[in-house]
Ligand binder design. Structure first.
Ligand code: ADP
Length: 550
């Protein structure tokens, strides 16, 4: 017997229709690359998105065509999110921090039809354009007045939108239709495309909005600092329309001061970004003795949130931290570390230790940990294994790589190593390629980094496994000191003493000016491993060799 309820496909355009009907006066504020602040409402967003959809049609963009963007977080990018996907095309967000050769590879692999880009990227697009055979139109996301005179080969976004009437009805189609495309950052090998659908996006949007996820509502002012060019800004551009939250887009200025000022003037209640960006904001707040007057929740993910950062935000600034985990292949939202009733009655330290984990699943997402042979491991908080995920917003196959099956028994192996405790809180101990294998035992680089970050003289830390004659690999800590600190390796290792098992103690510490960062704001460990591979076998260590007994 079939149920007798309405068949309404889960389409991205329905989010916009809802926002226009039920939250039409809610604001969207953007800091533009043109240098000013732009404001309008959801009603304006809906109107201009319809015009843009008409313009795409006029440019010959067909259902399934790929519409690429090279853009910061802003209202025009949001219009593209809705116009491209809503009209049946596929929005392909390209990460402008990639090397131009990688961008060329990605745009060619996706066979993008049109490329929209912010003014910032004009020189880059000029260089790239001759190499992008599939792209028929290049559109600068600005008005003609802001374009240099010699850009006749490019269209102006405002010309396109201004020429249309907005008399457009969003088409209805199968909810499994592709909606957007995002490539993994490709730290190993070529990037791989992850193709989201309308259905997966809508279900993911419900999931991120739930109270035990980001807990979004119409009373929130959300600032997605996490870029719209990487995994759909963790779903916030969709969730804002779903719940009717005010949105604040920071544009290209992601330094501590710019973010702080915008956050304060717009009274942002929830902001989301990677730990390195939060670090900049905290540094600014500390240097200027300022407070966050409206901020209630800090969503931190993409890389492990150091417990010291969590503690500062919560205890010094009164901001609740929502530590989340996910990846391009999981849309990205997988888990959030939001307490359960079992956290009541815990000491502050114990509660913070729970929140420092990557968190638990919301309905839809499922996780398991397995050993090397694929046997499921217990949820005891200490058995570490390969983390596998499944759910309706988890990837099944890679775009253009349909010949390869990435799944194992219907689960997606994430490449992360994790524990899961009895309450279902998952904790990442490492990326499988970063785990340090000392004498056949695993040492968690993230634990050692978190501990190092607790020292006031440490601004940033990365722990890597380097060659060792006896134990194959031993941990080496690579540290950036805080500006005023004159910390030595011996002092830092003394700080570790008693806080971890003796055999986990790093064999040495090296100090560097800065850590190599990837295109999504994460530390790149591969070049560090390359640079320091023989550090322990050739260099004289600055600390005596300790009795390591894995
Ligand atoms: P990439 O293309 O580099 O995989 P993603 O943005 O998809 O880019 O990165 C996903 C990976 O980032 C995860 O598999 C995990 O290793 C790491 N990651 C994400 N969030 C966290 C977190 N909260 N703690 C630790 N690692 C995280």
């Amino acid at each position: 017997m079939i149920g007798q309820m309405m068949q309404q496909p889960l389409l991205i355009s329905s989010l916009l229709r809802h926002a226009e009907r039920h939250h039409s006066r809610q604001e969207i504020v953007s800091r533009r690359v043109e240098g000013d602040i732009h404001r309008y409402t959801f009603r304006d967003l809906a109107d201009r998105s319809r015009r843009l959809a008409q313009a795409l049609g006029r440019l010959g963009v067909e259902p399934g065509s790929r519409v690429a963007t090279l853009a910061w977080n802003g209202y025009r990018h949001l219009e593209l999110y809705y116009a491209a996907s809503g009209s049946g095309a596929v929005l392909h967000t390209v990460n402008p921090r990639l090397h131009p050769d990688q961008m060329e590879w990605i745009i060619t692999d996706a066979a993008d039809d049109v490329l929209f880009f912010d003014l910032t990227f004009l020189p880059l697009v000029r260089e790239l354009a001759p190499r992008l055979a599939s792209v028929r139109h290049f559109v600068v996301m600005s008005d003609r007045d802001h374009l240099p005179g010699d850009t006749d080969e490019f269209l102006a976004y405002e010309d396109l939108v201004g020429a249309e009437s907005g008399d457009y009805r969003w088409p209805t189609f199968d909810e499994n239709t592709a909606s957007s495309l995002c490539y993994t950052s490709g730290t190993t090998g070529n990037p791989k495309g992850v193709l989201y659908s309308h259905r997966s996006t809508l279900l993911h949007t419900f999931a991120v909005s739930l109270p035990d996820s980001m807990g979004l509502s119409a009373r929130d002012t959300v600032m997605p600092v996490v870029p719209m060019f990487h995994v759909n800004a963790w779903g916030l551009p969709y969730a804002a329309c779903m719940v009717g939250a005010k949105v604040v887009f920071p544009g290209a200025d992601l330094d501590g001061r710019s973010l702080y000022e915008l956050q304060e003037t717009e009274q942002v209640t929830l902001s989301a970004s990677v730990p390195t960006v939060w670090q900049g904001q905290l540094q600014y707040a500390q240097d200027h003795g300022v407070r966050f007057t409206a901020l209630e929740r800090a969503v931190i993910g993409g890389a492990a949130c150091p417990p010291s950062m969590l503690r500062r935000l919560e205890q010094e600034y009164g901001v609740t931290v929502i530590h989340g985990w996910g990846m391009t292949e999981t849309s990205p939202f997988g888990t959030a570390s939001v307490p359960k009733p079992s956290s009541e009655g815990l000491t502050v330290d114990e509660r913070l230790a729970v929140q420092a984990k990557q968190g638990r699943c919301v309905f839809g997402m499922d996780l398991k940990i397995v050993d090397d042979a694929g046997n499921e491991l217990p949820w005891d908080g200490s058995s570490a294994g390969h983390l596998h995920a499944r759910g309706p917003w988890v990837l099944e196959t890679y775009y253009h790589r349909e010949d390869i099956d990435p799944l194992v028994d219907g689960w997606f192996p994430t490449g992360d190593i994790a524990t899961i405790d009895a309450d279902g809180f998952m904790q990442i101990t490492d990326r499988s390629k970063d785990v340090i294998k000392s004498g056949g035992e695993w040492i968690s680089s993230i634990d050692l980094e978190n501990l190092a970050m607790n020292h006031p003289g440490v601004a940033a830390a990365a722990c890597i496994g380097v060659r060792h004659r006896k134990w194959d690999e031993r941990p080496l800590l690579v540290v950036v000191r805080t500006p005023e600190a004159d910390l030595t390796a011996a002092e830092l290792l003394d700080f570790f003493d008693g806080r971890i098992a003796k055999w986990w103690l790093p064999d040495d510490v090296v100090f560097v000016e800065a850590l190599p960062m990837g295109s999504t704001g994460k530390v790149l460990k591969a070049p560090l491993r390359e640079q320091f591979r023989d550090h322990l076998t050739t260099a004289r260590t600055t600390v005596p060799v300790r009795p390591s007994t894995p």
